[in-house]
Design a protein around this ligand. Structure first.
Ligand code: MTE
Ligand code: MO
Length: 210
């Protein structure tokens, strides 16, 4: 078992997919601050506000109708575990713009993800628009489990071969996501304020801010 994990890790390292200081895991660790929220389909909503032409509010039923995307990526947690070839399905932010469902004001430069209990995390707009950022409802073909963010979470990871894309650590994907805010100025989120790196590039090991 240990040997198999080590062999898989070595293969990923050879393939250039293991960022410095990371170790391969075959499990799916759970990491967050605070309790796991309850989900109520009747009261849940998803809001888009800030520097948008019109604010949006979708119910759970309406959110299901949005165009869907599937992305396979490697996820890298700042606590040094990496999980490879994870499969996510949900709604891509870029699709929301391209389909005209959300229209940004020209000054918008940052995305603030808002989750239950006031958790936030921030990304530059150009990163949130990449193919490796998804608003995910499903993991490996199944709805998210409560501890991994059911019913909706943001996900950011590395798409193998797409070294043109920026990849931050996994905390930049908020679980139990409830809304997106677009801003002109950057605004460090929960872990960023706690001392984690604002950009968090996995290849440069941008773990802590200082
Ligand atoms: N709402 C919320 N989302 C969160 C967090 C949190 O504390 N609250 N923690 C982040 C951190 S630090 C990590 S590493 C990932 C872990 O996701 P996982 O539990 O699915 O592995 O979720 C991120 N999303
Ligand atoms: Mo984390």
């Amino acid at each position: 078992m240990f040997k198999r994990r080590k062999d898989a890790e070595e293969a990923m390292k050879k393939a250039g997919r293991l960022p410095p200081g990371q170790a391969l895991t075959e499990k799916f660790p759970v990491l967050h601050y605070g309790p796991i929220p309850e989900f109520n389909a009747a009261t849940w909503d998803f809001r888009v506000w800030g520097l948008v032409e019109e604010e949006r509010r979708w119910t759970w039923d309406e959110f299901q109708q949005l165009p869907r995307t599937r992305v396979v990526m490697d996820i890298h947690c700042v606590t040094r575990w990496s999980k490879f070839d994870t499969v996510w399905e949900g709604v891509s932010l870029r699709t929301l713009f391209e389909s005209g469902l959300v229209r940004l004001q020209p000054e918008a430069r940052y995305l603030i993800e808002h989750a239950e209990y006031g958790y936030t995390t921030n990304l530059p707009l150009e990163v949130a628009l990449q193919d490796n950022f998804l608003l995910a409802t499903h993991y490996n073909g199944e709805p998210l489990t409560p501890e991994h963010g059911y019913p909706l979470r943001a996900v950011i990871g590395h798409i193998p071969g797409r070294d043109d894309l920026q990849t931050p650590y996994f905390w930049k994907g908020a679980k139990w996501l409830r809304g997106l805010e677009f801003t002109r100025e950057d605004r460090p989120g929960f872990w960023e304020q706690a001392g984690y790196h604002n950009r968090a590039d996995i290849w440069k090991e941008e773990r802590l801010w200082r």
